[in-house]
Design a protein around this ligand. Sequence first.
Ligand code: SF4
Ligand code: SF4
Ligand code: SF4
Length: 344
Amino acid sequence: MRIDVPLFKIMARPLLPISGSWVDASPFVIFFGILVAAHLLLKRGKNVQFWRRISQSVAAFVFIIFLHRCLCMLRSWIFALNKVGRNDVIAFGHLCMFALLVSLTLAFGRLFCGWLCPLGFFSEFLSWVGRARRRLPRAQRLLAGYLMLAGTLTLVTWFAYMTRPGTQFFAENIAAFWGAFLLLYLAVVLPFEFGDRKFKGARYVSAVLWMLLSVIGVFVTSPWCTFFGDEIDYSSAVSLAAVLSGALIVPMAWCRYLCPMGGALGWIAKFAPRKLANSTACTSCGACDSICPMGALNEGEIDHSSCITCGSCLKTCGFHFQITEGAADSAKPAHDDKEGAADA
Ligand code: SF4
Ligand code: SF4
Ligand code: SF4
């Protein structure tokens, strides 16, 4: 069986060509516009989830169907360095996406993940299944998790086998292995999924590995390429199938544990001055844990590098965004001193 997917971008030409070239400025303008609007809507604090869905839907339409623009910043700076001096317009195009993502994340945190990224959007949409499973008692939760994992592994392997190309090269198909690794990684994470912070470090390894491969000239495709590119390649499609099925088991599994771009953006977000904080004393009730799609809240402790600034927790306890000094990986909750004094 072979799947031939037609080109599906509405715009085949640049909307705002730079210097008459094929480098299009319109994705940067749209990208910048969406993220600044997202920041203002988040700051206003009204109907945040409604506006976030609108933002994600617009971004999905623009970047999947309307025009072609690779939004991967991990490779774009490498491509830019490769082109500087030989084709400065193309170098500028690659550098723009890198500069925009880095600077907006440095300013506002991971807005890209929470408000724009189509892969995050679809992963979040599918996460209701994993959320329902996580409400089961432990034994049933684990049994359901492993059964789902066995089922998805079988289906993804079958899909990978049935759609395999005539010739296979390890380097070309690395993305498919990345997707398969996610499902295997979930087998290790499942018994510890409620205290999974230590497993999230894998996304930094993933980011470094992804960049190293690009530096040595191995072109690694990714699940995003299925959406952003103007054609669908085998390994991107297989990794996308693995990533979306992983989201059915653990909410936003790829974003939590393995997304290389999420790893890079999470690291940068630690330096963003505006971070989530809690203004009320925490009783460690755990009520906020299940609200966060990324598992960035654990009994009141905030994992800043995992927070995608979705705003879902803003109506819980005293969570709000505020300007803080210095870089911070996480914030411990403030506890009620009176309670501590009574205990003593
Ligand atoms: S972590 Fe990766 S896939 Fe998830 S929303 Fe961010 S960039 Fe997109
Ligand atoms: S900590 Fe709050 S704002 Fe950040 S991702 Fe989780 S729910 Fe969204
Ligand atoms: S921050 Fe609030 S909701 Fe979360 S554990 Fe503490 S008291 Fe409970």
